[in-house]
Every structure is written in structure tokens, then in C-alpha cells.
Design a protein around this ligand. Structure first.
Ligand SMILES: Cc1ncc(COP(=O)(O)O)c(C=O)c1O
Length: 471
């Protein structure tokens, strides 16, 4: 196994060597010139990562960052965890074929065992797994196709604020208008339902009442003979919206969605691509509410930082013909080995429980901070999926007490975090929510450093604004 570079465990801020900074800038400049205009994270984070360990990323210029993006929630164990490296190296030296289409392999067998051992009770006994092309979006497409085939229906129910991926069906089911608008007709078969986003409640009431209204609206719309919704093939839902800004759905609301769909014969798909593998404080986010969905979509952390995506679903829906959802890269041996090691480690070390405890403590600290920093409009999330919504502190609050989103402040906070050695990405409405997705292995010392850097970044951005306004 490769020796762990001790410097990467040091959380102190770093100073870069000017010559190395110039070399890194040249790489960034070349990439900017050659990569597509659709590149995303590379715009927000002008870093050229050279080494990484745990929560720390080091650029070629020697600067180190605490990574609260974790590959958009992929890195449950952080970067290059020793058990992941060991599984990858063991598989590499074993001579196992790295590419096998979807043939049976010992690695696939072990991965399926490890995954099924984590499934919510009542689901694993009669579950089937399908290995998809190795991205969350392909697994979302597979889930839609599975349910469309099983029901003979086409339409989908999806929620405001949702994110399910970038291929046609997944994009259609997602909420983001800017990515859909340039693609004519993309969302033709999707009925949009209100997600219970308490801070910006679609009904203007917030809290439990807002969630109850969302459930009532959903039920009445589906039963209204003139409501315009033909019986759909499925409902897709995130128990905590990730890209949507770390918005958790109340458990009671999710149970209502289960009841409403079950009573009407509508399959319920839980998109656990970002919430899975302990992130929200339970192994799978649906477990908080106790619901059993008809299908679960999984990717990101299940591959232990390598590409892997699957759907797991009740065998009753398994009406596919052979080859109904095929793809060349459905047998990624290394990802299965890394994923097996990760799933077992998260379960054995109780990392979901740790995510619940550390996440609750971080959320409480951030909530307390909001009274001193009025640019913090809302702090929310579940486990280590935390959102800090940044708002215009000088604007009047609406009837629910929410101030307007502040995308400029949020972008300045992201940049100020980066200057302080902290990688935090934005999401949610108007990209105004700072999303904290540290690895489940985050240490207490790292938590302190994250909170200090974020607090300092928000305080300095708001102080600079105030100074600018008074000048
Ligand atoms: C909930 C959810 N579903 C689906 C996806 C799409 O996954 P991928 O980017 O691997 O296609 C994402 C990605 O962020 C996600 O958060």
C-alpha cells in the first residue's frame, strides 16, 4: 500500500510557492481554452489537484484545502481511504479482468452481497438488482424505463427542486429550468409536484403545515378527473434534495407519498444517488421514514469513489426482456471491489450513526451562528448533508420570514472559503445555498476548521458589503 503523505493530515492553512502557482495557472488556462463551456466545478474551483487524502486535497501549487464537496457526495470515506486503496490494489494484482460487460464475477457477487446486506428491511428479500451504465443519471433512466415497461404507462411525477441527472428522462424529471429551457419539449411527460421546502414553502406557510398541503395537493391532483394527469408510470423522489440545496423532506410527508402512490398503483422510486451509504445519518435516507419504495436508484458512494450505478427494485417489476437496459460499462470490477470495501466499512464502523451525530452538532453550531450573521437565512439538512442558505440581509422578509436569495453573496462566500482553504459548492434556488458534504470520516479537528473557515468567510463577505454600502 502507498505510504500516506503525513502533510495531507495537517489542517493548517498553506502558503503556495509563486512558481508553482504560475505552473498551475498555465494548466487552468489550457483547460479553459480546450474544455467545453458546460464545465462546472472547474469554474468555481481553480485548483489543479495533485494529491488527496481523507478530506484534504492538495493542488500542484502546494495549497491544501478541506474538501466539503466530496465529489458531490461521492466520497463517503474521503479521498483515497486505505481500505479503498487496498481493495483496488488487491484486485489489480489478482489478475481479475477489469472489464467484463455484465458477466458474473466474484467481485460482482461480493458487491451484491454487501449491498443487499445494507438494504432496508422488507426490501432485500424480494429485491432484484440491475447494473447500469456507471452514472446516476443512467440508473435513473433505467428506473423510469423499468416502471414504464411494468405499468405500460409513460408519465412521471417529480418534484420542484429535484435533481436526477442530465440524460433526457432524468433532466426532464429535474427541477432546474435553466438546464431544460434550451432543450425544447424536454419535460413533456412530467407532472411537477411541490416539494416540502419549508424555508421557501410553495404554499407560503412553511413547516409541517406546508408539507401537509403538499401531500393534500398531490392526492387531490391525482384523483381529479379534470386535473390533467393521466395515470403515471412512477413517482421519483429524493428523501433529502441534494443539488436542490440540502432540503430534507419530513418523514411524515414521505410516508404520505408512499401511501398515496401505493393506493393508486403508482411505483415509488427513491433516488438515493446522493443520500445513500450513510450520508444522511441512516444507511439509506428512506430508512428515516420507514417507507419501503418500489425501486431505489444508487450511485456515487456505492462505487467507493469509482464509477458504479445500480437500481434495486421489487421483483414484481422485473418484466424486462433481456438487453432492455444494456451498456458496455456495466461490469466495472475495480469499482465493485472498492464499493464492497466501502459499504462494509461504513456498516462495520457505524459511520451512518457518526454522520447523524456530527451532522446534528454542525447544524446546531451553524444555526446558532445565524443570529450573528443575518446573511444566513436558513440552516438545514440531515446528517452530513447540510445546507446554509445565504440571503440578502438588508431585504424585507416575506410572510414566512424568508429573505430573498443572495446568489452574489453566495458566490463571494464560496470564493472566500476557497481563499481560506475550504472547498464548498453552492446549490439550491439561485445557487444561493452553501452545501456541506464532508466525508463521513471527518474528524473533530476538521469540523472545527470547516466551521471556522466558513464563519470567517461569511463574516468577511458581509463586512465588505457593509463597508461598500457605507462608502
Ligand atoms: C439525487 C441525484 N440523482 C442523480 C444524480 C445524477 O448522477 P450522475 O451525476 O452520476 O449522473 C445526482 C447527481 O448529483 C443526484 O444528486
Amino acid at each position: 500500500m502507498t505510504a500516506r503523505p503525513t502533510a495531507l493530515t495537517d489542517v493548517r492553512p498553506t502558503v503556495a510557492d509563486p512558481a508553482a502557482v504560475r505552473r498551475a495557472d498555465a494548466v487552468l488556462e489550457r483547460q479553459r481554452g480546450r474544455e467545453s463551456s458546460a464545465r462546472t466545478y472547474a469554474r468555481s474551483f481553480p485548483i489543479v489537484p495533485a494529491r488527496a487524502h481523507g478530506m484534504t486535497v492538495e493542488g500542484t501549487d502546494g495549497r491544501r484545502y478541506l474538501d466539503c464537496l466530496s465529489g458531490a457526495g461521492t466520497l463517503a470515506l474521503g479521498h483515497n481511504h486505505p481500505i479503498v486503496l487496498e481493495a483496488v490494489q488487491r484486485t489489480l494484482t489478482s489478475g481479475a479482468p477489469l472489464h467484463v460487460l455484465d458477466l458474473a464475477t466474484p467481485e460482482k457477487d461480493a458487491f451484491t452481497d454487501a449491498l443487499f446486506a445494507t438494504l432496508p428491511s422488507g426490501f432485500a428479500d424480494r429485491a432484484r438488482i440491475h447494473f447500469c451504465g456507471p452514472t446516476g443519471t443512467d440508473a435513473v433512466e433505467a428506473a423510469f424505463k423499468l416502471m414504464q415497461t411494468a405499468t405500460g404507462r409513460r408519465g412521471l411525477l417529480a418534484f420542484t427542486g429535484a435533481y436526477h441527472g442530465m440524460t433526457a428522462g432524468a433532466l426532464a424529471a429535474s427541477g432546474g429550468v435553466t438546464t431544460k429551457q434550451p432543450v425544447p419539449g424536454i419535460a413533456a411527460d412530467v407532472t411537477r409536484l411541490p416539494y416540502p421546502y419549508s424555508y421557501r414553502c410553495p404554499f407560503g406557510v412553511g413547516g409541517e403545515h406546508g408539507a401537509q398541503l403538499s401531500a393534500r395537493y398531490t392526492e387531490r391532483l391525482l384523483d381529479d378527473p379534470n386535473g390533467g394527469v393521466v395515470p403515471p408510470a412512477a413517482m421519483i423522489v429524493e428523501a433529502v434534495q441534494g443539488e436542490g440545496g440540502a432540503v430534507p423532506a419530513p418523514d411524515a410527508w414521505l410516508r404520505e407519498m408512499r401511501r398515496i402512490t401505493a393506493e393508486r398503483g403508482i411505483p415509488l422510486i427513491a433516488d438515493e444517488v446522493q443520500t445513500g451509504v450513510g450520508r444522511t445519518g441512516a444507511f439509506w435516507a428512506v430508512e428515516h421514514s420507514g417507507i419501503v419504495p418500489d425501486a431505489m436508484v444508487m450511485s456515487k458512494a456505492i462505487g467507493g469513489s469509482l464509477p458504479l450505478a445500480v437500481i434495486v427494485y421489487h421483483e414484481d417489476y422485473d418484466g424486462w426482456l433481456p438487453g432492455a437496459h444494456t451498456g458496455t460499462f456495466r461490469g466495472n470490477t475495480l469499482a465493485m471491489a472498492a464499493g464492497t470495501a466501502t459499504l462494509r466499512y461504513v456498516a462495520k464502523e457505524g459511520l451512518a450513526e457518526r454522520a447523524a451525530a456530527v451532522g446534528a452538532a454542525m447544524t446546531a453550531r451553524l444555526e446558532a451562528l445565524s443570529s450573528q450573521l443575518p446573511a444566513i437565512g436558513d440552516v438545514r439538512g440531515r446528517g452530513l448533508m447540510i445546507g446554509v442558505e445565504l440571503v440578502d440581509p438588508e431585504a424585507e422578509p416575506d410572510a414566512c420570514g424568508a429573505r430573498p436569495a443572495a446568489p452574489r453573496i453566495a458566490a463571494q462566500v464560496r470564493a472566500a472559503c476557497l481563499e481560506r482553504g475550504l472547498i464548498v459548492e453552492l446549490g439550491g434556488r439561485y445557487d444561493s445555498t452553501a452545501r456541506l458534504l464532508p466525508p463521513l470520516t471527518v474528524t473533530d479537528e476538521q469540523v472545527e476548521a470547516v466551521l471556522d473557515r466558513l464563519t470567517d468567510a461569511i463574516a468577511s463577505v458581509t463586512a465588505a458589503r457593509l463597508a461598500g454600502a457605507q462608502a
